[in-house]
Each structure stands twice: as structure tokens, then as C-alpha cells.
Ligand binder design. Structure first.
Ligand SMILES: Cc1cc2nc3c(=O)[nH]c(=O)nc-3n(C[C@H](O)[C@H](O)[C@H](O)COP(=O)(O)O)c2cc1C
Length: 467
């Protein structure tokens, strides 16, 4: 069976209540879904949450598909009860950038074309679009994947962008100027052409991980999604725009962006955990069709929940891993902890053999992701997935006046609350970056770490000793 959202929900349900729960009463689209998710998180629980009824819509809603790394392991076919964070990261790396040719199916065979609404029938009010946080400017489609074709190459680009509900048939599109979709929109503006777009909502989470691909613009991200799914991605021709859309999506919204017309977006509950400052410019999409399955499921994501940052974390870590590997081939692991919003802070372990490699690894790590602003480099004996151990290395191996490097005023991280502009006075896109080299010196004496005796550690079974 080809992979899609409903097939994944069945798998999650079978693994058990740690991975799948259902809500038993109707929920308001304003805040209620997110508070359930946040309360579960407070208890350390990150199951997929299925909400059969959202007031005002006939469509069920599902959220928290990316609430834990284990869930992303499940998306990649791993047993979430057994896979370690390390296993999940390396499985992601295996799939990331592995492309598979897409397979095209006829519109009549495409489940996403079971219901077709065009012209006056287009009504975004049919969808359970959520108001996520008290001070947000409105309701947002928070985990739609927007497809547009590069006008020069015809290659589709796909990414998650937030879309504020602007009317019955209008959505905003907040494209970070550094993302490929924004390059494409600017190119349409230069050519004086409208940009045809389609947003698909609800698909297998492995496919959605593919939307976070950080490689070159001329890679077809449907082919990347196929790599993540480990099977060809099924597409069909859209009905009112000249784009291919996923045949197995739950919902597709087709429309057109005039790349010269800007509206505003926000304030919004941004991924660092703060509200963004006021309203920012964004594109406006005029919808031309909504297509969906007869029993479509709407996929939402709470931007104030850690699932937002986690859903892109593996892609960033993978890019940092590649960047460090090119400078220090003995890189071992890379981890971006939730305490650094999964994008600001990276813990990198290396097998250090050459003096200076700790700082080289840190520089390489910061060179790639525009969002990284702090890197801690540790030796291979330190478990980067264990934040307490990383901090132990910092406090016992780092010499502050030699091992903390501060790099002033580089672009990014985007939306970091401390970011400043060229004058250093106002909020802008620049931040100071920091490297902490917590590696031990090479070729110089250093205190020996205490570790348990290997033989006894491995042979001892605590139950034989304790009553
Ligand atoms: C939940 C979620 C929401 C996101 N929202 C936005 C957004 O509103 N605008 C944006 O530019 N990027 C957003 N991103 C990041 C992009 O989806 C991501 O960087 C993607 O790889 C960009 O693709 P592109 O460079 O091919 O256009 C979001 C990512 C996630 C996981």
C-alpha cells in the first residue's frame, strides 16, 4: 500500500497510546487544540492527537505528528520503542537527498480529487483552520506544503510556509527571503508573471520531512520525498494551475500569487518561543480550487509547541554534520537540543586528533545554517544527546579565555529575539555567534575521565545483586 497520512495514523495507533490518542469531545478552533497538546507535553507525552470534531468544520484534525524524535523514527519505519536518537539521525541521513523518480497517476485515480470545489465553491471556512496562540493575528494553515515551479527550470519547489486565513478564498504566504520559494517569487516578479501555487495538507510525515530539504534549488523535492518514503511519490495534474500535486494528499488548495502584491502577516507565535514583532510583509494567494478526499483529514501543527522546531531539526543537523565533516572528517554526532529551539544551538562531537580541530569544527558548523548561533564541540566520549553530559564537558574541559570564540554581527538566526540591525540598536537579522570548544587538548596532559570497569559494567546484572 502506498504511504499516506491515514496509513501512518493506523501504524501509530497500533504502536500504542504513547504514540496515538483520540480526543473524545468537540474542540474550538481557537486555542483549545494547542492547549491539549501543550498540557500533554508538560507531562512529557508527545502522541499524535486525533480530534474527530472541530467546531465549524466537518473535517477531523490531526496534530503532533512531529512531537518527538521517536515519532520521526516511526515515520521512517523504525520501532520508536527501540530506536535511539542516534539511530534516527543516521536513518534520516541515509534517506536525505536520496531521490526517486515520481510516478504520475490520472486525476480520476487520485484520491485527492474525490471532491473538487472551484470558483464560488472555494471556501476555506470548510477547513478546521486553527487560531494557535492568544496574541496571533488570526487563523493559520501551519503545516501546509506549498508547491511552485521554478519559472526558469520548471522544477517544483516544496516547503512549509505559514498561511494566514485572509478571506473565503485568500491566504497569506510568509516566505523567508532566504528560502527557495522566495527566490522563485522574486523571479516571477522580474518576469512580470503570476506565480501558480498549490498547498497540500495532510500526507505521510516522511514525505513532509522531505519538504525540509536544504540542498540546491534545482532538485525536485517530490523526488526527495520519494527518497524519504522509500517509494516513488505519486503525483497528479492539478486542476486549475499547471502544477503537479500529490495524488495521496488529504487536501490540495490551488491558487495564484501576484508576486508584486504584498499584504501583512502576524504577529505570530514564532518558533523561538516568543511572539514576532508586529506585522511583516507577506505574499497573498488567491485560491482557484480546493480538492480533497471524501473523508479528508486536516493536518495541523502547533507553532508554540516543540514539534514545530523538531520537524526541521534532523535536516539542520544533517546539514551541520556535512559541513563539519568537510572540515573535520572525524565528526561523530550532531544534536540540536530543544533548549536551543532545535535550530540555534548545536552540540557536535568529534574524534579530535589534531590541535585546533575543536574550533575548526565549530566554525564549519556555524558557516552553514543561517539559524545556528551557538555551537558546543565536545570529544567523542561525550554523549551529545545528553545535555547534562555536554554541560559537564563545558564546565570541566573548556578554558573560557581560550575556548570561547565570539563572532560578531553575522546574518541570522532569523527571528531570534536578540537579533539586531546594522546600527546594533533595533531588531534585525544579525546576531553574535559563539563557539565553545569543550574538547581536551591534543598531545598535552589532561586529567583522566573516570569510567566504570568495562568487564564488570557489561557482565553485571543489577537484579542479581539487589533484592
Ligand atoms: C512547521 C514549519 C513551519 C515553517 N514555516 C515557515 C514559514 O512560514 N516561512 C518560511 O519561509 N519557512 C518556513 N519553514 C521553513 C521551511 O519550510 C524550510 O526551510 C524549507 O526547507 C524551505 O524550502 P525552500 O528553501 O525549498 O523554499 C517552516 C518549517 C516548518 C517545519
Amino acid at each position: 500500500m502506498a504511504k499516506d497520512l491515514r496509513q501512518f495514523l493506523q501504524v501509530a495507533k497500533e504502536v500504542g497510546p504513547d504514540y496515538y490518542v483520540e480526543v473524545k469531545k468537540p474542540l474550538s478552533p481557537k486555542l483549545e487544540v494547542c492547549v491539549i497538546q501543550q498540557k500533554l507535553a508538560r507531562e512529557g507525552r508527545f502522541p499524535v492527537i486525533y480530534c474527530p470534531k472541530i467546531e465549524g468544520s466537518d473535517l477531523p484534525l490531526v496534530t503532533d505528528l512531529f512531537g518527538s524524535r521517536e515519532m520521526m523514527g516511526l515515520a521512517m519505519g523504525m520501532d520508536p520503542r527501540k530506536a535511539t536518537k542516534q539511530d534516527i539521525f543516521h536513518e534520516f541521513r541515509r534517506r536525505n537527498g536520496t531521490t526517486r523518480p515520481v510516478q504520475t497517476v490520472a486525476s480520476s485515480q487520485a484520491p485527492v480529487h474525490e471532491v473538487v470545489l472551484k470558483g464560488d465553491q472555494v471556501d476555506l471556512g470548510l477547513l478546521p483552520i486553527i487560531h494557535h496562540a492568544p496574541l496571533n493575528s488570526g487563523k493559520y494553515v501551519s503545516v501546509g506544503c506549498m508547491v511552485c515551479n521554478d519559472p526558469d527550470t520548471g522544477i517544483p519547489n516544496i516547503g512549509i510556509y505559514r498561511h494566514e486565513l485572509k478571506g473565503k478564498d485568500k491566504l497569506g504566504a510568509m516566505l523567508n527571503p532566504g528560502h527557495h520559494a522566495a527566490y522563485i517569487a522574486r523571479r516571477y516578479a522580474e518576469l512580470g508573471k503570476p506565480m501558480e501555487v498549490a498547498i497540500f495538507i495532510g500526507h505521510h510525515p516522511a514525505a513532509i520531512l522531505g519538504s525540509q530539504y536544504t540542498g540546491p534549488q534545482d532538485v525536485n523535492e517530490y523526488e526527495v520525498m520519494g527518497g524519504f518514503l522509500d517509494e516513488s511519490f505519486l503525483v497528479t495534474q492539478a486542476l486549475t494551475v499547471d502544477l503537479q500535486v500529490p495524488a495521496l494528499a488529504e487536501i490540495v488548495i490551488e491558487g495564484i500569487i501576484d508576486p508584486l502584491e504584498m499584504v501583512t502577516d502576524g504577529p505570530f507565535s514564532e518558533y523561538p518561543g516568543y511572539y514576532g514583532e508586529g506585522a511583516k510583509p507577506c505574499y497573498l494567494m488567491n485560491m482557484t480550487a480546493i480538492t480533497m478526499r471524501k473523508d479528508a483529514i486536516y493536518h495541523d501543527l502547533d507553532p508554540s509547541h516543540r514539534e514545530h522546531n523538531l520537524s526541521g531539526a534532523l535536516a539542520y543537523e544533517s546539514a551541520v554534520y556535512d559541513a563539519v565533516k568537510s572540515a573535520v572528517p572525524t565528526v561523530k554526532e550532531v544534536y540540536s537540543p530543544p533548549s536551543g529551539a532545535n535550530v540555534f544551538t548545536f552540540y557536535v562531537s568529534i574524534a579530535k586528533r589534531v590541535p585546533g580541530e575543536g574550533k575548526r569544527a565549530g566554525l564549519a558548523a556555524l558557516a552553514f545554517p543561517t539559524n545556528g548561533n551557538a555551537v558546543v564541540v565536545v570529544d567523542e566520549d561525550v554523549d551529545v544527546f545528553n545535555e547534562e553530559e555536554v554541560l559537564w564537558a563545558v564546565y570541566t574541559r573548556m578554558v573560557p579565555d581560550k575556548d570561547i570564540l565570539v563572532i560578531p554581527a553575522i546574518t541570522g538566526p532569523h527571528l531570534h529575539p536578540t537579533a539586531y540591525d546594522e546600527t546594533g540598536l533595533k531588531r534585525g537579522p544579525m546576531t553574535t555567534k559563539m563557539i565553545i570548544d569543550a574538547t581536551m587538548p591534543v598531545g598535552l596532559p589532561f586529567a583522566k575521565r573516570i569510567v566504570p570497569p568495562k568487564d564488570l559494567w557489561e557482565s553485571m546484572n543489577l537484579e542479581d545483586y539487589l533484592s
